[in-house]
Design a protein around this ligand. Sequence first.
Ligand code: ADP
Ligand code: MG
Length: 582
Amino acid sequence: MIAASPIRRLPQVVADAIAAGEVIERPASVLKELVENALDAGATRIDIAIEGGGLVRIIVSDDGSGIAADDLELAVERHATSKIAVADDIGRVRTLGFRGEALASIAAVSELRLTTRARGSSSGATLHVRNGALLTRGAAAGTPGTRVEVCELFSASPARLRFLRSVATEGSAAVRVAADLAITHPHVAFTCTNDSRVVLRTAGGTLRDAIRAVNGARAERDLLDVDAPGPISVGGAISSPHAHRASRSGLVLIVNRRLVHNRALLAAVDESYRGLIPGGRHGYGVVTVDVPEETLDVNVHPAKREVRFSDERAVFSAVQRACWAALRAAPALGAAGHAPFGFALAALETRDGDIAVAGRSQPYLQVSPAAAAARDGALNDMGVHASLPAMNALGQAGSGFLVATAGDTIVLVDAHAAHEKVLYTELLARWLEENPEASGSQLLLIPVVMDCAPHRASQVADEHDFFLRCGFSIEQFGPGAVRCTAVPMTAASANPEALIGAIIDRLDETDAGTEERRHRLAALVACHAAVRFGDRLDIAAQQRLLDQLVATPGGTTCPHGRPSVLVLDDAMLRRAFRRPAR
Ligand code: ADP
Ligand code: MG
């Protein structure tokens, strides 16, 4: 048995080092805290230098308010802050910092030099702390503002060092934080060097200016403004549907001017792209959310990375609605109608017998994974438009593809995918009106009764009103069965048993609110009601479908984001037949 050790009070230095672990995980966290302090001090320019991944040195200088010489020691003490005074203040924090822990935590695990001159003061002061111990303090010259230099981070904390990644990875994580903060505070001019290389420079301007400076002009051009004022106000700029990426990391989320992580809100943004981009792909850009301070808890994470909303659902749906409105208004979705028909293939290469699309983002084509990866870097600058011109049906080829002409281009259409999108869009538009009558139901001549597990049957009962709004009359029918007496008009041609069965099967799928459920249900109904792949359509039915598709926003992809249309334009056909270009 282990002998009981006596309990001791830890020396302050040890306690501080332990507490520092919560706030300061890696160099990027140091950088974030220092820059946030500069922002809180009202800086208009912030210069950052990172060396050796931030482990050798991080310097942040600002032109903010500075710190009064008398307060200098307090600044590096734990729970010392100028930003809040009484407990109630925590509920209405307007600054980024408020915990009074960052400088103390950093000083506990590094060598920290702080030089500052308060505005209006004729001289400055400086302070030197190593691993929590004050070494020197004195007077200093300098311009108003503050400069904090952090060296040898974690050199006395081998355990912490072991958890860090490579110097390069830590360095780029720190740069990433600097870039995100520059976007979060676009009016402030930022510079950042990483091992003396300038990696970031913003001039101080609008959000788009900052995004352009950080992500490049091409990425910025593909952004659509999000602008939904209100008690929960949503803004920012997100990528239009043709410019998606493989990872979610391109999306910056800002809540009350605070850079935060929030899975629910990221999901809300993703949700708004549903049906517009292929599954597994993500939009990028910046979404800003402003909510009344009293509905936001910023004190839930030591590094202030997370926030909590008093009504997360309301924020979720505000974000989703705002993004959806931005995407829907995009010319790329055909709202503008007459966008130039410029979505021909940039290049069609034949490699090993496969067709590969090179060059740019193509919402109409399933491209190879390699090409998909390549296009993230190479965004189109020729203007890809997802709106379709009027088409003339010519016939049906092979396993069911429709062949049509549109001006001097040939268009191939996946009839099932196209019909699915038409029906899906129709259903959603009707359901969004929130008017139960408008949904239009078709009574079934013979009600469908289906056996199912008791918990399913009760789930159906719980969702009765939702289904009714969507045009279904479906209810629990005894403990282990459901009965459906009506389906949406649009689904009149679907096999009701198969449709109801599929609905019941999917009741468990992750569920993020009514809107997501509506999308899912609409996609399901559309899939069951649409012509099947391979169904023969007469020429009149083909033409009808093409006309409907042209009238459908985003008609070039099916509800799951797969392409429904392939366009072969004149230039491309000439290239394929080795004819000189026009
Ligand atoms: P917090 O930001 O939570 O108050 P910190 O430990 O980050 O805690 O900073 C402690 C205090 O030091 C701040 O409240 C602020 O008064 C002062 N301070 C820190 N950095 C700066 C800066 N760059 N400019 C002006 N004052 C600063
Ligand atoms: Mg702070």
